[in-house]
Structures are given as C-alpha cells and as structure tokens.
Ligand binder design. Structure first.
Ligand SMILES: [Zn+2]
Length: 406
C-alpha cells in the first residue's frame, strides 16, 4: 500500500473560513475538544495535523507624536502608523513629531473570499505541509517594538480551518493520553525523548500511517464539502434576492412572497441538480460514502449519538426545527448540506433529527466512527483507510488459516 505523502496532508480550505490558532482552540473548546498550542505543535511535528498556512504579519512603520489627544490641555507621546499621520494631523494638534521611526508588527486582514492571495503573491505565506518542520517559537518574534526592522524580526500567525476539529479529535483519541502534559517538557531534548516514547507506546496497535490515511479521507471529504458549501451559498444568495424582489412586487405582503419563495426553491434545486451530480463525479464520491460520514459529524453535536442519552433527549430534539440545528452547530450544518445534496440527486430523503433518533449504535472497529450499515455485511465506516485496513485484516486471517491447514 502506498504511504501517505506530506503534500496529501495539506488541508483543503476556503480562505474566508480560516481562523487563527487561538480561535481554532476556542472553536474546539465549544465542542468539548480541549487542545493547546503545545499539542497542535506536537501533532504538526509528528506529521499528523498540519496547520493550513502561516502568514507573516509584516512590518508597520510608526512615528512618535506629541499632542493633546484628549483635548484637555495635557500633552502626551503616542505611536501613530506612518500612513495615518496625515489623517491624524487634521484631527489633533501636533506639538512635535519624533524623527526616528519605530517598527511594529502588522495585523493580518483575513476573512474575505481571497484575502490570502495577497500574502501568497508577496511571499508572506508558508504552507507547513510543504515545508520542513520548525519549532513554533521560531515563527514568533520576541520584540513588540524596535528601531530597526532587523531587530524586530518576523512574526507569523498560524491558521487552521474549523473542519480540522474532526481529524484533530480522531488523532487525540489515539495519541493524547501522554501528550496532555507536554507543556511540562521545557527543552527540545525532553520533547524529542518524550515524542519517541509516545510513539513507541501507541504505534503497536495503530500506526501514524493509518492515522494519516484516515486524515487524507477527512480532507478528501472536506474538499468536497467546501465545494458543496459554495453551491449552497449560491442557492441562498439567489433565494434572498428573489425574496426581496417578491416582497416589493406584492407591496410588502410577505405571505404571498413566501409562497413564491417555496416555488423558487424547487425550481432552483432542479436547476442545481446537474451541478450537484458534477460535484460527486469531480470528487469521485458516492452517495453511500456520504451517508456513512454523516454519523461522524452527528457524534459531535449537542445531542450526541449515545443511545442512553438519546432516550432522555428525544422529547427536546423533537421540538427543534431542522434549520435551527443546522444554523447553530457546524457538525449539524455539514449533515444538513449532505442531506440536501442527497435529496438533489434523487437519493433517500432524511433529516438530521431522523438520523440521530434512528442511529443503531454501530461503531467502526478501525477508527471508532459511528456509522449506519447500508448493507448487512458492512463492517467498516466506509472510509477508504478503514476499508483498506479491513481488507488487510482479511488477508492476514486467510494467510493464518492457510498455515494452520498445512
Ligand atoms: Zn472507520
């Protein structure tokens, strides 16, 4: 079997979804997945989970300016970015401007559709999955201010995509026990030794390579989900525009407009059907494959998938609107989109609630993901890595039984 290459572990992403490492840790916390920078650094070093990108914050030139900023007669020195001096001059009465320039780190303007392009074009972005590992501390400057750019040094922000919470949780389930205290190891030597130990303790039953194969499966799916989200957003934008026009047409009568909107939804979904089919072909993804993955995400949502808990939560769940689930939690949103796509291409229609309530309690023996068997003979969750692991297991058993007979 081919080994996973480092390049395959570059997460697919949409630029506008990227969040800083601190935001990513906060996002994971919301779903009860605790992690730290130390742990994330360790997983990068092990070649399991690479951040999407590191971005150089760049330099900002500042001038020190003496002025009465509060307008109360007392003057003080403040730093103002050079490019804002002209504007500030109109607002405040400058008493004195320091000739010297002070340098500070810039801030990254992320969040728009193509924000990263600028940084890539100016060689200010590093993709960790395509670069040799370096300690995270080497990407941080220990100076906040300096009189020379060289003294200030470079400062990078690390970005993840929220979808990486799922592979992270998977890695943690195999690798976290001893890493939780990683912060205690202060020197690189201790790190290295500890890292070796952890590997030795765990690789016996599940190898880093199996983990990597599984992560490639996740990324394959997210590559598809990213495109699916684009399609969904296109749909939502169309409907929003349509509704706005419709309300105008009915002189603000919303009820008639809503009826038209329902009709438009159906027309639009018919139009989008070929696009949805194209997506499946492009990503070489089958409906079966998607149906299986849904349970992995459902396991992350508030209602979970544990049978015992479900019987208690059933009455609450029944009262919740499908859209509320989808709009509140990312894992439910993913399932919502998958359900929508399956419906578009003529597959079995279902809802998040039905899936949660109907879950039979099967877990994949190779990756522990929950799944609902589509065929009675189905053993694994259906992801490529687990199917391969199962095929190998069968071969091993065959070999063994052959030996016994001879
Ligand atoms: Zn599996």
């Amino acid at each position: 079997m081919k080994k996973v290459t480092k390049a395959q572990l570059q997460p697919s992403f949409r630029q506008k979804d990227l969040i800083s490492v601190n935001s990513f840790i906060g996002f994971c916390q919301k779903y009860d997945i605790g992690t730290t920078k130390d742990e994330l650094e360790y997983f990068e070093k092990e070649g399991l989970l690479y951040p999407v990108v590191r971005v150089n914050r760049g330099l900002v030139e500042y001038k020190r300016v003496l002025a009465d900023y509060d307008g109360k007669g007392s003057e003080e020195w403040r730093f103002i970015p050079k490019e804002h001096i002209a504007r500030a001059k109109k607002q405040y009465k400058f008493k004195e401007i320091d000739k010297a320039t002070t340098y500070g780190h810039g801030s990254i303007l992320s969040g728009s559709d193509n924000w990263l392009d600028w940084y890539v074009k100016h060689s200010l972005a590093i993709f960790p999955a395509r670069t040799k590992f370096k300690e995270w501390s080497s990407y941080r400057s220990n100076q906040t201010w300096a009189t020379k750019p060289k003294k200030l040094g470079y400062d990078y922000e690390t970005f993840y995509t929220p979808y990486q919470i799922y592979p992270l949780q998977f890695i943690q389930s195999r690798r976290s026990l001893t890493i939780k205290n990683a912060g205690l190891y202060k020197t690189p030597e201790e790190w290295v030794n500890r890292g070796k130990q952890i590997k030795e303790m765990y690789t016996q039953d599940i190898s880093n390579d199996f983990i990597r194969q599984k992560i490639v499966d996740y990324y394959k799916l997210f590559n598809f989900i990213n495109d699916l989200e684009e399609l969904w957003e296109y749909r939502q934008l169309d409907l929003a525009r349509f509704y706005e026009e419709a309300v105008k047409g009915y002189d603000g009568k919303q009820k008639d407009a809503v009826d038209d909107l329902r009709h438009r939804e159906n027309v639009l979904d018919n139009e989008l059907k070929p696009k949805a089919e194209k997506l499946l072909t492009k990503h070489n993804i089958s409906i079966d494959y998607l149906e299986n993955w849904r349970f992995t995400f459902l396991g992350f949502g508030t209602f979970g998938l544990r049978i015992k808990v479900m019987t208690l939560r059933k009455p609450y769940l029944k009262t919740i609107e499908e859209e509320t689930l989808a709009n509140t939690e990312q894992p439910y949103k993913i399932v919502y989109l998958i359900n929508w796509l399956i419906k578009l291409v003529g597959g079995k229609e279902t809802t998040i609630k039905e899936l949660i309530l109907g879950f039979s309690g099967k877990y994949c023996p190779y990756c522990q993901s929950p799944f609902e068997p589509i065929r009675t003979t189905q053993i694994t969750c259906g992801s490529d890595a687990c199917k391969r692991a199962h095929e190998n297991e069968l071969k091993r058993q065959k070999r063994k039984s052959g030996l016994y007979r001879s």
